[in-house]
Design a protein around this ligand. Structure first.
Ligand SMILES: *[C@@H]1O[C@H](CO)[C@@H](O)[C@H](O)[C@H]1NC(C)=O
Length: 297
C-alpha cells in the first residue's frame, strides 16, 4: 500500500521534474526555440533574452525579477528565455556565445544591430532601465517652430507627430519609431499652451491628453488620430496608413472650392462606413481591456 502511494506520488511529480520549467506558463516571459528566436530576430524590434538552464541556481533566483521586468516592459518590449539545457537549443546558445548561466542579452533591433550582454544587477528595475534605453532612437524631437519644416521635408512617407506634455520621447514612440523605421517618420513635440497645435493649424482643445497627428504620404494636411494611444491600436493604424486602407476624414468644414475637393479626392481607398465602425469598436475594446501604465503616454 505504501509503495503504491509512493509510486502515485512520484508519478504525479514526474511532469514537473521532467520539464523543470523555470517560468510558469502564464508568465510574460515567452520561451523561445531556435525557430522562434530566428523569427524574433527578423522582426527588427528591441527584445531581451535570458539564456538559462533549469538547474542553475542564479537562474532560479533571477526568475521573479526577470518576470517582473517582462511584465512592466509588456507590450512595448518583449522578454524571452531560451532553455540551453534542451538539446534542440544547444546550437542556438553556442551561436549566441553563451558560456555561463544565466546569460542575458539585449537585441536593440533584431539581428540588424549587434547584441549587448547585460552585466548589470539582476533586478526588475535594472533590467527595465537597461533595455528601455537600448531602443534605437529614430524619432525626431521637435520644437513647435520646427514642425512645419519637418512636415514639408520628406513628404514621400507618411509622418506621425506626437504632441505631448513630456520632455522626453516616450518609450512607446521610440518603439514605434524603431518598428516603422524607413516606412513612416515619427516626431514628437512638447506642446506648451497649445503652441504646437496652433503651429499646425489645429484648433486648441480642452483635453490635456497627448495627441497624435498624421500626415498621409504626399500630404501636408494634418489628420487627428482618434484611437487609443497604445502600441496595438497605433500599429494597426500605421499599418492601414501604409497599405492605403486608412480612412482619412476630410476637413471638418465642407469643401468650398476646387482645391479643397481635389485634396479630398487624393485620399483614396477609404474603408466603408461599416468597416470604420468596426475599427472604432475594436479600438474602444482594446482601450478598455488593457490598462497598462507602461503603454500610456
Ligand atoms: C528589417 O530591417 C532590414 C534592414 O533595414 C529590412 O531590409 C527588413 O525589411 C526589415 N524587416 C522588417 C520585418 O521590418
Amino acid at each position: 500500500m505504501l509503495t503504491l502511494q509512493l509510486l502515485a506520488l512520484s508519478l504525479a511529480m514526474l511532469p514537473s521534474l521532467a520539464s523543470a520549467a523555470l517560468f510558469p506558463p502564464d508568465s510574460m516571459v515567452k520561451l523561445l526555440d531556435a525557430k522562434g528566436f530566428k523569427k524574433v530576430m527578423k522582426a527588427n524590434q528591441t527584445s531581451i533574452v535570458a539564456f538559462v538552464a533549469p538547474w542553475c541556481g542564479h537562474c532560479q533566483k533571477m526568475v521573479p525579477e526577470y518576470s517582473k521586468a517582462a511584465q512592466s516592459l509588456h507590450p512595448l518590449i518583449p522578454a524571452y528565455a531560451v532553455d540551453c539545457d534542451d538539446n534542440k537549443n544547444k546550437r542556438l546558445c553556442a551561436d549566441q556565445h553563451v558560456q555561463g548561466f544565466p546569460t542575458v542579452k539585449v537585441y536593440p533591433r533584431g539581428n540588424q544591430v549587434p547584441a549587448m550582454s547585460y552585466e548589470g544587477e539582476r533586478t526588475a528595475s535594472a533590467f527595465f532601465k537597461y533595455v528601455s534605453l537600448r531602443v534605437p532612437n529614430h524619432v525626431a524631437k521637435l520644437k513647435p517652430e520646427e514642425i512645419n519644416s519637418w512636415i514639408e521635408k520628406d513628404t514621400d512617407k507618411p509622418r506621425a507627430l506626437l504632441l505631448t506634455k513630456e520632455k522626453k520621447v516616450p518609450l512607446l514612440w521610440k518603439v514605434l519609431g524603431n518598428k516603422y523605421k524607413g516606412e513612416l517618420q515619427l516626431g514628437t513635440v512638447k506642446d506648451e499652451k497649445g503652441k504646437a497645435l496652433r503651429e499646425i493649424g489645429l484648433k486648441k482643445s480642452k483635453s490635456k491628453e497627448s495627441k497624435v497627428v498624421i500626415y498621409p504620404a504626399r500630404s501636408t494636411k494634418p489628420v487627428l488620430y482618434e484611437g487609443a494611444t497604445k502600441l496595438e491600436s497605433l500599429s494597426k493604424y500605421f499599418d492601414s496608413v501604409l497599405d492605403g486602407t486608412a480612412d482619412f476624414p476630410v476637413a471638418e468644414e465642407p469643401a468650398t472650392d476646387d482645391t479643397e475637393s481635389k485634396a479630398s479626392e487624393e485620399t483614396t481607398a477609404s474603408p466603408t462606413d461599416d468597416e470604420q465602425v468596426v475599427l472604432e469598436a475594436k479600438e474602444a475594446a482594446a482601450d478598455e481591456s488593457t490598462n497598462r501604465p507602461n503603454d500610456e503616454l
